[in-house]
Design a protein around this ligand. Structure first.
Ligand code: GAL
Length: 403
């Protein structure tokens, strides 16, 4: 972030630099739709991790509490055998339910002996031998969301345990916080313990995401501001729900994230949650899986998949190198124009057109250069007189590289 942007952020202004010269009319530079709140005081946590948005796989949307050691190791091997690890998907995250129901006599977290019989250090070593990193889940409260032991009262002990086990990435949830607790303070305390144990561990936080249902709400934005100083990535969106259609979920996440662009920078990322490519429980269509990857990439969200890695869709969607490159460029896209229900979001070298309504919408977009669709045959998009004419279906998404 430039010093001008940081100053603007602190003063609560919204600034809107125009990356792509030929954007659509009119520019939506007013703050009412995406206003920012001021930053609150936190102690920045020293971290050397996540210079680019983390990439990998997490079991949660596939396995929930049925996660096992063998399932984690199978997916780690599949990241390598599919070539996705070489594309950058290098972190395997064990989500909730890996812990035994009680701590040890010295208060340490223990793995569930039935599902992780060889223990986490064994899993970490096996994952490291594959050239990958291991992530693990914990909760800042007295219990995890699934009711396993929480880390409250044990932050230093748990951070040291994770470090001693060889864990490279910690996802901290916020279920079962004491009612008087201040979320940002506790997250900061855990981060301080984690960076004291090992500054290289990636620290992922889960914000009270229900608040994110009101994009730009000052309470939520203040938490994002705190997280951007204390962690490497922070969840800004609620869990996926099977009852919410793919297009609605994807566009709602985008709308919630657009006002938060100034908090993203190298080592600090707004997290839109997991990619559902190859997930047969949610059953997104192929185009919805592509749309989701487009939005995550334009927003430089971490790309953590939670599906069957060997499915054809996983290979096509997760393995799209143009999309990965846009994500890993590490600059969050910004809203540069709106026309009816169409949002235009851009960053250097790429542009995303999104229909935020269920009703199909025609768009005329003045192109800033040669557009190439990131999906399909990879040929240049046809334009007329310097304009791209397209009709986007309800919740349709189009992403192009721009030269
Ligand atoms: C939720 C979180 C999910 C998953 C789950 C585990 O709060 O959003 O990603 O971690 O807890 O119980």
């Amino acid at each position: 972030m430039s010093s001008a942007e940081r100053t603007a952020r602190i003063l609560g202004w919204r600034i809107l630099p125009l990356f792509v010269a030929g954007a659509l009319i009119p520019l939506a530079a007013t703050g009412s739709r995406h206003g920012l709140a001021s930053v609150i005081d936190v102690t920045p946590v020293a971290t050397t991790a996540a210079a680019r948005p983390p990439m990998g796989w997490n079991d949660w949307y596939q396995d929930r509490c049925a996660v096992t050691e063998s399932e984690i190791l199978k997916n780690a091997r599949e990241l390598v055998s599919t070539g996705l690890a070489a594309d950058g998907y290098d972190t395997v995250v064990i989500d909730d339910c890996w812990m035994a129901a009680t701590r040890s006599t010295t208060g340490a977290l223990l793995p569930d002996a039935a599902t992780f019989p060889d223990g986490i250090p064994y899993v970490a070593k096996a994952v490291h031998r594959l050239g990958l990193k291991l992530g693990i889940y914990a909760s800042a409260g007295t219990a995890t969301c699934a009711g396993r032991p929480g880390s409250y009262g044990h932050y230093t002990q748990d951070a040291e345990t994770f470090e001693s086990w060889g864990v490279d990435f910690v996802k901290l949830d916020l279920c079962h916080l004491p009612s008087s607790a201040n979320t940002a303070t506790l997250f900061n305390q855990f981060g301080t313990a984690l960076s004291a144990a090992n500054r290289g561990i990636v620290y992922s936080q889960e914000l009270p995401v229900r608040a994110a249902r009101s994009p730009g709400s000052p309470t939520f934005t203040a938490l994002v501001a705190a997280s951007s100083a204390t962690s490497n990535m922070w969840r800004i969106a609620p869990d996926e729900e099977a009852t919410i259609a793919a297009g609605i979920s994807i566009t709602q996440r985008l709308e919630a994230d657009l006002p938060l662009y100034s908090y993203a920078s190298a080592g600090h990322w707004n997290d839109l949650d997991m990619l559902l490519a190859g997930n047969n429980i949610f059953g997104y269509s192929l185009s919805a899986q592509e749309n989701q990857a487009d939005v995550w990439a334009m927003e430089s969200s971490p790309m953590i998949a939670s599906g069957n890695l060997t499915s054809a869709a996983s290979l096509t969607v997760l393995g799209n190198k143009k999309v990965i490159a846009i994500d890993q460029e590490g600059v969050q896209g910004r809203l540069v124009g709106t026309q009816g229900s169409i949002d235009v979001i851009a960053k250097p070298g790429s542009v995303l057109l999104v229909n935020t309504s269920s009703v199909p919408a025609a768009v005329r977009y003045k192109t800033p250069g040669q557009l190439t669709n990131v999906w399909g045959d990879g040929r240049a998009a046809s334009t007329t007189g310097g304009y791209l004419y397209r009709t986007l279906p309800g919740y349709g998404v189009l992403m192009f590289t721009v030269r």
